[in-house]
Design a protein around this ligand. Structure first.
Ligand code: PTJ
Length: 243
């Protein structure tokens, strides 16, 4: 039992929840180590949404609002951490939600889809095909889902698929706390923020932005600037730690 007055209460509760989801088969065991890496980077940005991340989240909302066929790609960690938040973003953006896994089994797909449906997500399901040019199982997706999307939101992605989606001409929005990752550097737009903070911010911006604001934001996506801002936030905090 984690005492609520523990200074790291929220972090410990989240870890316990992810461990429980791993025991149920929703989160992969590897997903627990991915979460740990994310936590380390979250420390470095102060466990808060930085101004650069807030701009990236508004821009993500603009790209989703202007999309012809937006899709949110969900993996085990994202479902375990943010199923309700995904439901809210789906309502605000009209995006399809499709499960796509690195450690893919039919059993995990079914468990994650059930978790999402219980949280109010309308899941785009059905027969998947090996459609993406990848040697691993993230290649499996639905022809009318991720394969034909023009904008794909990919929280906690691996760099390979991100690169493949960009090479297919898609606008790829990544959520990744590591601004140095291949995903972060390959995506069209990277949100360097924790997924449970990022998704509600995108949802709010979807409801708030005017069409003109969406047009302006979508016209000036500058991922290099956003990544350099995230790295600047981290190095500033590190240098203050030595004061
Ligand atoms: O459920 P599956 O089988 O699809 O597997 C999912 C994982 C996450 C295991 C898989 O996609 C993977 O191996 O991802 P990577 O390559 O470890 O990348 C995950 C990235 O997400 C890392 O750069 C982490 O820093 C980042 N990250 C981890 N937790 C969070 C996060 N970013 C935002 N919010 C988080 N909570």
């Amino acid at each position: 039992m984690i005492p609520p007055d523990h200074p790291r209460y929220r972090s410990l509760v989240t870890r316990e929840h992810l461990a429980e989801c791993a025991r149920k088969g929703i989160v992969s065991w590897e997903g627990l180590t991915a979460h740990g890496r994310g936590e380390a980077f979250d420390y470095l940005i102060g466990e808060r949404t930085t101004p650069g991340a807030a701009l990236a989240e508004e821009t993500a909302a603009a790209l989703l609002r202007r999309a012809r066929h937006p899709v949110i790609s969900v993996n085990g960690n994202t479902a375990a951490l943010a199923a309700k938040e995904i439901a809210g973003l789906q309502r605000a953006s009209g995006a399809l939600v499709e499960v796509n896994l690195f450690h893919r089994t039919e059993e995990r797909i079914a468990l994650i889809e059930e978790l999402l449906r219980d949280a109010g997500v309308e899941v785009f399901s059905g027969t998947a095909e090996r459609l993406l040019p990848l040697s691993h199982d993230r290649a499996w997706c639905r022809r009318d889902g991720i394969f034909s999307a023009d904008v794909v939101l990919v929280p906690l992605e691996d760099g390979d698929r991100c690169g493949a989606l960009v090479a297919m001409g898609k606008t790829v929005i990544a959520v990744d706390l590591n601004p140095l990752s291949r995903t972060a550097r390959t995506a069209t737009l990277t949100i360097v923020d924790e997924v449970t903070r990022a998704i509600p911010q995108i949802t709010r911006a979807c409801g708030r932005l005017t069409d003109d604001e969406c047009g302006n934001l979508a016209a000036c996506v500058d991922n290099d600037y956003l990544l350099s801002e995230a790295i600047r936030e981290m190095t500033t905090r590190l240098s203050h730690a030595l004061d």
